[in-house]
Design a protein around this ligand. Structure first.
Ligand SMILES: Nc1nc2c(ncn2[C@@H]2O[C@H](COP(=O)(O)OP(=O)(O)OP(=O)(O)O)[C@@H](O)[C@H]2O)c(=O)[nH]1
Length: 345
């Protein structure tokens, strides 16, 4: 029996994973692809966005959401049973794409493909890491040298990497192919700086390509034929010694809900200073706009906010707003949630 090739798409929060997958689905020319989407946080926005695209040949049942936390920590409980279900379909997919949460470690997922009943029927075609070239060029994942020196002086035994740096390195170090995405937001110097920042973490032989809005030909991404599950040792991880993956206590997330807002511009203008003031890493969600038949998708990655109408509300669908907010531990929900509520009013 041939094994179903599965591509693992990793990358930090907001790097462009869903955008890449959407582009792939639009360009695979009728190939039957199933997408497994995992998100950090209680509300699944990515699955909603993909389903909202209306791509031909992409049925709702082909987008499977895995909630309940980060996929890397719930492999046995969630991911494996779901893979078995997908594989056992009477008409199984020809290819599977797994979009990990932006905070997930890819290696535990790759390891899941060594489980006997999955190993015989699916294989990791390749691990693709999406990188936000703009964020990397601006030093978001680089160590803060001053803080590092201070921490070293205070306690030389401390683990000096921030959770952000660690995740970033781990995602790059597991990849067969790295996509430096968002090239439209950087100049040549920025792109070179981003590339230099990831080189040290790359696995030998891993390739780097450049893209904007995930615009890469599917033939470049699919069919790598790497069988990454057979090559786990070359995928360095900070967490190899831990029995059960890692925990996500370094990050916080909560959801803010509300009714219809007056308009996108006012909402974006109100969110901008909030995001900057509270160092919100990621904010995304579905927004109802008064008098508009379509729902608004709001996306913020660091300081950049995007808002666009994606599809009309369906009959019977509750026209409400829900926004997921993600940041590093200590995110001040008691202050931020009411402030976002006020922006929604
Ligand atoms: N300018 C620019 N924006 C991009 C590009 N790729 C993605 N984006 C935007 O970045 C935001 C996040 O994109 P997503 O595709 O949702 O990112 P993600 O990695 O799936 O996000 P999480 O699932 O939350 O980790 C959206 O507003 C996208 O439109 C790009 O190449 N250039």
């Amino acid at each position: 029996m041939s094994r179903i090739p599965t591509t693992v798409v990793t990358g930090f929060l907001g790097a462009g994973k869903t955008t890449l997958i959407r582009h792939l689905l639009e360009n695979v020319n009728g190939r039957r692809i199933a997408v497994v989407v995992n998100e950090f946080g209680d509300v699944g926005i990515d699955g909603e966005i993909l389903r909202g695209c209306g791509i031909e040949n992409c049925e709702d049942e082909d987008i499977v959401e895995l909630a309940n936390g980060c996929i890397c920590c719930t492999v046995a409980d969630d991911f494996l049973p779901m893979m078995r279900k997908l594989i056992d379909r009477p008409n199984p997919p020809e290819h599977i794409l797994v979009e990990t949460s932006g905070l997930a470690l890819p290696k535990p997922l790759v390891k899941a493909f060594t489980w006997p009943d999955v190993r015989t029927r699916a294989t990791v075609d390749g691990v693709i890491a999406l990188i936000d070239a703009d964020a990397v060029a601006r030093g978001r994942f680089a160590p803060d040298e001053d803080a590092l020196a201070k921490a070293r002086a205070e306690d030389p035994t401390l683990d000096h990497e921030t959770p952000l740096e660690e995740l970033f390195e781990e995602q790059v170090a597991c990849a067969d192919l790295v996509i430096l995405n968002k090239t439209d937001l950087v100049d040549a110097a920025g792109l070179a700086a981003a590339e230099a920042a990831i080189r040290a973490d790359l696995r030998p032989g891993a390739k780097i390509i450049h893209a904007a809005m995930g615009g890469v030909d599917p033939s470049v991404l699919l069919g790598l034929g790497v069988a990454a599950e057979d090559d786990l040792n070359s995928r360095r991880s900070h967490h190899d010694d831990m029995a059960d993956g890692h925990d996500h206590d370094d990050f916080d997330s909560f959801v803010v809900r509300g009714d219809a807002v007056a308009g996108p511009e006012a909402l974006v203008a109100a969110l901008e200073p909030l995001i900057a003031a509270h160092d919100i890493l990621r904010l995304k969600g579905v927004v109802a706009v008064a008098g508009k038949p379509a729902r608004l998708i709001v996306q913020a990655v660091g300081p950049r906010i995007q808002a666009y109408f994606d599809r009309p509300w369906r009959d019977g669908e509750v026209r409400a707003t829900s926004l997921v907010v993600i940041g590093e531990k200590g995110l001040d929900q008691a202050v931020i949630a009411p402030a976002i509520q006020a922006a929604l009013a």
